[in-house]
Design a protein around this ligand. Structure first.
Ligand code: SF4
Length: 85
């Protein structure tokens, strides 16, 4: 699986770091570090973290096992830069 965090959206709430500390780590108040390709055993935690993120900043691409499960738009990330909610 692959994850991408939209750091423009991320507000540093640290929900993800709390739910999946091996994948997401918060340095300081807003600097989020994460593992873009977390190991399979972290899958559940990553999914929970993505669901718990208050601003939906975590995009999960989960096509390794569940091919039919579309994780969402596969956009290259060029859009929405100015759209901070
Ligand atoms: S839960 Fe969402 S907003 Fe909070 S640190 Fe993680 S990615 Fe950022």
């Amino acid at each position: 699986m692959k994850i991408v965090v939209d750091l423009n959206r991320c507000q540093g709430y640290a929900q993800c770091a709390f739910l999946a500390p091996r994948v997401f780590e918060l340095h300081g108040e807003e600097a989020l570090m994460y593992t873009p390709q977390p190991p399979v055993e972290q899958r559940e935690r990553v999914l929970r973290a993505a669901a718990a993120c208050p601003v939906q900043a975590i995009l999960v691409e989960d096509r390794a096992e569940a091919g039919a499960e579309a994780a969402g738009p596969d956009s290259p990330g060029g859009e929405g830069r100015s759209g901070v909610r």
